[in-house]
Design a protein around this ligand. Sequence first.
Ligand SMILES: [Zn+2]
Length: 173
Amino acid sequence: MEYIQIRKFSSSSSFFILRRRSETRLVRITRCSHSLGMDLEITDHALATLIHCAATCAPNEGCGLMLGWGRKVGTALPTKNVAADPACHFEIDPLALIAAHKAARHGGPEIVGFFHSHPNGLARPSATDAALAARDGKVWAIAAPDRDGAWAITCWHDGPDGFEELSYAVIAG
Ligand SMILES: [Zn+2]
């Protein structure tokens, strides 16, 4: 199998998302052997789900929840984008959000954060994202096409002073 490197996860790591040359979406993610020093851990399964959502929702923005514990994202849960103009905005389905909060209260995974895609933009928070941010400490993951058409993912901490980029490690999950 021939793979090409499409994205280094962060400047401080040596782990990569790979894709097969003939594919248009991610088919394989390398796993890191350790995640020491990373701000976040995301399972390869969650990352693949997130990328699949971004790819299938394009040209609209895809969105969803990232569920897990503390700083570990175990699952990405795609939700409906209920924004009036989903081609350039996202709004997570409030029913899915309520259901996830309810599940968390009953011992289920926490809502670590949210993800959405910028099918025509950059993998970083837009001005709209900054304006809508709750600054509640949640993690935002943003997917956008790289120059070669593969999806790049960045993660951000939505803190009191605005968005700060987080490093992350991909773990088996
Ligand atoms: Zn955005």
